[in-house]
Every structure is written in C-alpha cells, then in structure tokens.
Design a protein around this ligand. Structure first.
Ligand code: PLP
Length: 377
C-alpha cells in the first residue's frame, strides 16, 4: 500500500498488530539473550543487535528510502558515531576523501583522524558545487546540504552523478533537512547519514545517529564498524526516538513554517544583515533547494552588528533558549562565533525555530531585537 509521508511517519516501523501487545513495544533492556545451543538467529549479544533498534531502523528506513528495496539502516549512539562509521569503515590508507570546508564543526576533527590514518583529505565549499573540482581519484564524497551553519545548498544529483562517474561513493549528511525535507538516496547518494539528535527526534532530550545505506554490502561494513567500536544507542534512547517519529510531520510542518515566518520578519529589520533561509525566494540557496527539498528546515541564520548586540538579543528573548543544537520543538538560538571554528562574524546568530505559535515567536524575537538595539543608542 502506498501512503503519504504523514501516515508513514505515524506507522513507520510498527510491528504487525498482535492481540494484547502494545502498538510500539517498549525498550528491550538486554545485554544478552537466551541462546541455548547453536548461536543462530537475530539476537545473541547486546552490542550486535537489539529488537528496539530493529524497529527503529525499519522506521527510519521507511522515511529515508521508501520503496527502495535493498536499502538498510544502522542506528548509532550519536550523529558523530554515524558520521565516523561511514568515513572510517569505507576508506583506508592511500584513499582520498572530499569533505565540505563549511560543514559541521566536528568534521575537522574527523579530518585529523583520517589524515593520521594516511587518508588524503580534500575540502571545498558547499556553494556552487565546488566539490566537483576536487573529485578526481576520490574514494568518497561527503556532502552536507543545507550546510551548517551557513545554509548553503548544493545540487546532490549533479554531485552524485559526477562522483559515481569517477567511481566514488557519495554520503549526504541529512541532519538539517530530515527525511521529510529531502531524501538523499532518491537523489543518487549511497548513504544518508544524520544526527537524529536534532530535528528527527526534535525534543532536545537524546542523542542518536543513523546511516541509511543503498545496499546490503555497504550496510554490512557500517554494521560491522558499530560492532567493533561499540558506538551503540541505549534501548531507551532508541525507543524514545521511535516514539518521536510519529510527530515528525506535524513538528516539521510547524517548525519550517515558523522558520519562514521568522525569516520574513527578520528581512524587514535594518540591523539584520546576511539573512539566510533556503525557503526565502531570494535566498542564494533557493533555486536548488526548491528542486531537491520538500521542506527548507527549521534553521535561520543572520548577523547582528557585533558580539555585544547579539548577546543582548539572546539575553532579551523569553521564548528562545540560548543553547546550541537545533531542531527542537522549543526555539533556540546561539551566537555561533562563541565556539570558534566556524567562519562566521562575531554577531552571527544561528536560530532554530520551534513549534511555538508563530505570532508569539515573532513578537518575542522582534521585542528582543528592539531591546537589544535600544541599549545600543
Ligand atoms: C549535530 C550534527 C552532527 C553530530 O551529531 P551528534 O548527534 O551531536 O553527534 C553531525 N552533522 C550535523 C550537520 C549536525 O548538525
């Protein structure tokens, strides 16, 4: 039966209905399983497999790769566990990897590790498909679109075709978009990788990551990596994540709409510069984003005139938590430059729109902007 994405989200990964059983079985807490005789069958030891993961993997697979037979999902303890699993399980000494130079802030740490292992790492910006120019001889191309925190977008289909023509594998970090925003496998990628800590689970209360692989052979290496490194999610986190998927469409619709409303309101402010949201028709990312994305995400970025101004704005908001991360039902924002590492101005704000009433959220942000500007003069 073919269904819409909202229906898929509420039913994803549910086992067949059985009398007197819950719709979504609770977390299976098990280090080991009863296993008399020959060790066959799916569940033997808790680092290899867990029935709560199995259902969650099924569910994420239905959202990331609906109808793609052969695609397999592997869940991890965090987004970085998933990112590292793909890179470190697929490449080795002598291989070349292409990474974005404007991606997630922990990618440079992965780069250091790869280089210590004898992997050549090349980087290029996300914007304008710049990675095309460094693909020759690469084993794997890593794409992050929209990029975090700059919100640049690249053409996944075009990059994937070019990479495949040169024999390279393609992985897309789908954290910001979530599978309801874009589906990397349908755009030609071999791996969709994400931090489920963010919008996928959306409550800011757990860490989790996943890798969806185009085929069984790729998945086997990723699964083997999880077993070797032991980067496994707890059953409670896996169950909470699965429970959260039921509201993914509701949350995404509200949060993406709030992000657009907020971006429009920010566009009218004189003190706001460098406003970016891929859903704004005049955003540099909009043309490609509207071709490959079905929602433009919950993150808006902009600059205020300097560090103090940005700090005052954050201190004045009442509905927006000054916190890192994004994708939660509660709005959050931060002055990104406080971490160092990202190439951003001192007054750069990464704003994550939550699921509040849009009028309340916009009013709170405009009031905080007024207050922050008032004390400037
Ligand atoms: C947060 C994030 C990660 C890492 O995820 P964790 O769950 O924090 O380990 C990777 N990629 C992107 C784009 C992220 O935003």
């Amino acid at each position: 039966m073919s269904t819409g994405e909202g229906t898929r989200a509420v039913r994803a990964g549910l086992p067949e209905a059985r009398k007197h059983e819950p719709a979504l079985p609770g977390p299976a807490f098990a280090a080991h399983y009863h296993l008399p005789g020959e060790p066959t069958g799916p569940y033997a030891y808790g680092r290899d497999s867990n029935p709560t993961w199995t259902l969650l993997e099924q569910a994420i697979g239905e959202l990331e790769a609906p109808g793609e037979t052969g695609a397999e999902t592997v869940v991890f303890a965090s987004g970085m566990a998933a990112v590292s699993a793909v890179l470190l399980s697929q490449v080795g000494a002598g291989d070349a990897v292409v990474l974005p130079d404007d991606g997630y802030q922990a990618l440079p740490l992965v780069r250091e590790r790869l280089e210590e292992y004898g992997v050549e790492v090349r980087t290029a910006p996300t914007r304008g498909e710049s990675q095309l120019s460094v693909l020759d001889g690469a084993k794997l191309l890593w794409i992050e679109t929209p990029s975090n925190p700059g919100l640049d977008v690249c053409d996944v289909r075009r990059l994937a075709d070019a990479a495949h023509a040169r024999g390279a594998l393609v992985a897309v970090d789908n954290t910001l978009a979530t599978p309801l925003g874009q589906r990397p496998l349908a755009l030609g990628a071999d791996f969709a990788v994400a931090s489920a800590t963010k919008g996928l689970t959306g409550h800011g209360d757990l860490l989790l990551g996943y890798v969806v692989c185009r085929d069984t052979a790729l998945a086997a290496r990723v699964r083997q990596w999880r077993k070797v490194v032991g980067a496994i999610p707890g059953p409670m986190e896996a169950w909470l994540a699965h429970r959260s998927l039921a509201t993914l469409q509701l949350r995404s619709d509200r949060q993406c709409a709030n992000a657009l409303t907020l971006a429009r309101a920010l566009a009218d402010r004189a003190e706001v510069t460098g406003l970016r949201y891929p859903g704004l028709p005049d955003d540099p990312s909009h043309t490609i984003a509207s071709r490959q994305m079905r929602r433009f995400g919950s993150v808006v970025s902009f600059e205020l005139p300097g560090r103090d101004h940005a700090e005052r704005f954050l201190a004045e908001t009442r509905l927006v938590d000054d916190a890192t991360s994004f994708g939660s039902v509660r709005s959050s924002a931060e002055r990104r430059g406080r971490w160092g590492g990202d190439a951003v101005a001192e007054g750069f704000i990464r704003f994550s729109a939550g699921a509040e009433d849009p009028d309340d959220l916009v009013a709170d942000v405009l009031r905080a902007l007024d207050a922050a500007a008032g004390r400037d003069t």
